[in-house]
Design a protein around this ligand. Structure first.
Ligand SMILES: [Zn+2]
Length: 450
C-alpha cells in the first residue's frame, strides 16, 4: 500500500469525508462478462460531482471526467471535461478540493469530452500553466478541426442535441500546441510533492493515435483515458461509425501488454469505471487483449484463405472465453476495419468499384426493369418473411427513388426487425443509426400519405 502524502494536511482531512463515496461493491463484469450494465447513452446524464478515489485523487465527474491528483506542492489535472458549462462547474470543484495551485494539465487524447472545456483554463494557461499532450495530439486535433462541419452532421445523427450548433464554434482546444509533447517510447517523468508521475505515450490506443496514460509508479495507479473506451470490459471501437481513422488492432494489443507489464492495482478510465485489485485488472485486461488477438487471428486466417470481407464479418464472433461487451465497439465492424487497415478499400469484387459510379446510380433502372416499385417490395417482403431483413433492406434501398406507401411501410417493419435483433448487443451506434433511418422513413411516409 502507498503512504498518504497528505495525512498531516488539515485541508486534506476535511476532504477525506468524501472518501466514503468509494464503492467497494463486487465488479459487475465478473457476473456477466459478455455485457455490462452501463450504456454509452448514460454518459449524457452524468452529473458534475466530486468523488474521492483515495486520499489524494478526486474524480470530478461529468460527461467527461476531470481527475485531480493532489500533492504537497500543488496538483495535476488529467483531462478538463466536455464543454464550457460542465467545465466551469468542474473547475469550481477542482478549486474546492485542490491541495494547492494547479501545476500541470495532462490531456489523455483529443476527444471533445476530454478537452472541450480547455477554454475554461485559458487564463491560467496564458499565465504559464503547462499543457501536456501526446506528440500526435496536434495531428489528431487538426483532422477534427478542419473537418468539423462534416463530423457535426454525423454527430447530429448519433448524439442529437448534444452537438454544438454554433456556426462559429470555439475550437481552440483543437488548435493548441502542447508545452510538453510526449513521444512514444520516451515517457515524461516528473515528481511533484512526494508523488512521482510517468506520462506514457502509446502508438495507438482504443480511441486514437494520441493516447496518453498517466502512471503513478509508487501507488501503482494507472490513468488510461479512453484506452478501453467508455464501457468495461468491452471490445474496442476499432472503427467508429461517426467517422475517425481506423484504430490499429496490433497496436491495441501492444498497449494492453504494456498495461499488463505495469501490474496496476488501480485502473482509472475516464468514463464510469475505476477498477481495483491487481488480479481483477490483470484478468479483465487480458480478456480484452485476447478478444482482439482472437479476432485479428481469425481475420488474417480468413484473408489468407481467400474469404471475402463480408464472409468474415458474418462468420467471426467471440467465443465464450473472450466475451466482452459490444455496446460500443462491434466485432463485425472491427473485422472490416482490420481488413481495410491492412488492405484498403478495393475488395477485388467487381472492377466497377474502381470508378466513381456507385451501384445506387442504376437503382432506377432496376425499378423500371421490374415494372415499378411494387414487385421489389414484394420480393423484400418475402425476404423479411424468411428472416433476412438486410436483404429486404437492400431491395428497398433500390426503391428509394420512387417510394410508395407500401415500400416505406415495409422499410419501417424491416428496421423494427433489425432494431429487435440489435438488442442482443445493444450497440449504441447501431441502434442510433437504425432509429435515425426509421425516423426519416416515418417522416417520408407521413408526407407521402398526406
Ligand atoms: Zn471519452
Amino acid at each position: 500500500m502507498h503512504v498518504n502524502p497528505f495525512l498531516e494536511s488539515t485541508h486534506f482531512l476535511g476532504a477525506l469525508f468524501l472518501a466514503v463515496v468509494i464503492s467497494l461493491a463486487a465488479p459487475s463484469w465478473a457476473a456477466a462478462v459478455s455485457d455490462v450494465e452501463q450504456r454509452v447513452d448514460d454518459l449524457k446524464s452524468l452529473p458534475v460531482e466530486a468523488k474521492a478515489l483515495n486520499d489524494f485523487i478526486y474524480k470530478i465527474d461529468g460527461q467527461g471526467a476531470v481527475f485531480l491528483v493532489n500533492t504537497r506542492e500543488g496538483a495535476v489535472l488529467i483531462d478538463v471535461g466536455f464543454n464550457r458549462a460542465q467545465g466551469l462547474a468542474q473547475k469550481a470543484l477542482v478549486e474546492q478540493y485542490a491541495s494547492g495551485p494547479i501545476r500541470k494539465i495532462i490531456l489523455t487524447h483529443f476527444h471533445v469530452d476530454h478537452v472541450g472545456a480547455l477554454p475554461v483554463w485559458e487564463e491560467e494557461i496564458a499565465e504559464g500553466l503547462p499543457v501536456i499532450t501526446h506528440q500526435r495530439y496536434p495531428y489528431m486535433a487538426r483532422i477534427q478541426r478542419e473537418l468539423n462541419p462534416f463530423f457535426n452532421r454525423r454527430y447530429k445523427v448519433l448524439y442529437g442535441d448534444l452537438v454544438n450548433s454554433d456556426p462559429d464554434p470555439d475550437l481552440s482546444y483543437w488548435a493548441i500546441e502542447p508545452d510538453r509533447p510526449v513521444y512514444v517510447g520516451q515517457p515524461y517523468r516528473f515528481s511533484l510533492g512526494e508523488v512521482d508521475f510517468e506520462v506514457i505515450a502509446m502508438d495507438n490506443t482504443g480511441e486514437g493515435e494520441d493516447g496518453l496514460m498517466v502512471w503513478l509508479p509508487k501507488q501503482k495507479i494507472l490513468f488510461v483515458g479512453d484506452m478501453f473506451g467508455p464501457l468495461y470490459p468491452m471490445f474496442p471501437n476499432l472503427y467508429t461509425v461517426r467517422g475517425e481513422k481506423y484504430r490499429d488492432a496490433l497496436d491495441y494489443i501492444d498497449a494492453q501488454d504494456q498495461i499488463l507489464a505495469l501490474e496496476p492495482e488501480m485502473l482509472v478510465s475516464t468514463h464510469f469505471t475505476v477498477e481495483r485489485g491487481a488480479e481483477q485488472i490483470r484478468s479483465s485486461v487480458t480478456r480484452m487483449r485476447d478478444a482482439v488477438q482472437y479476432v485479428w487471428d481469425e481475420v488474417v486466417a480468413g484473408m489468407n484463405a481467400g474469404k471475402t470481407v463480408w464472409q468474415l464479418m458474418n462468420d467471426i464472433s467471440l467465443p465464450e472465453e473472450y466475451a466482452v461487451s459490444q455496446g460500443h465497439g462491434k466485432v463485425s465492424w472491427s473485422v472490416r476495419a482490420i481488413w481495410e487497415t491492412v488492405a484498403g478499400w478495393y475488395h477485388y469484387d467487381t472492377v466497377a468499384n474502381l470508378y466513381p459510379v456507385p451501384v445506387e446510380s442504376i437503382y432506377d433502372n432496376v425499378v423500371a426493369a421490374a415494372g415499378g416499385t411494387a414487385p421489389l417490395v414484394e420480393q423484400a417482403s418475402e425476404r423479411l418473411a424468411a428472416d433476412q431483413p438486410v436483404q429486404a433492406l437492400r431491395l428497398l434501398d433500390m426503391t428509394q427513388g420512387s417510394p410508395t406507401v407500401d415500400s416505406l411501410a415495409l422499410r419501417i417493419r424491416v428496421l423494427d426487425r433489425l432494431l429487435e435483433q440489435a438488442q442482443a448487443l445493444r450497440n449504441y451506434s447501431e441502434i442510433g443509426l437504425l432509429k435515425d433511418d426509421r425516423q426519416r422513413t416515418a417522416t417520408r411516409l407521413e408526407t407521402l400519405g398526406s
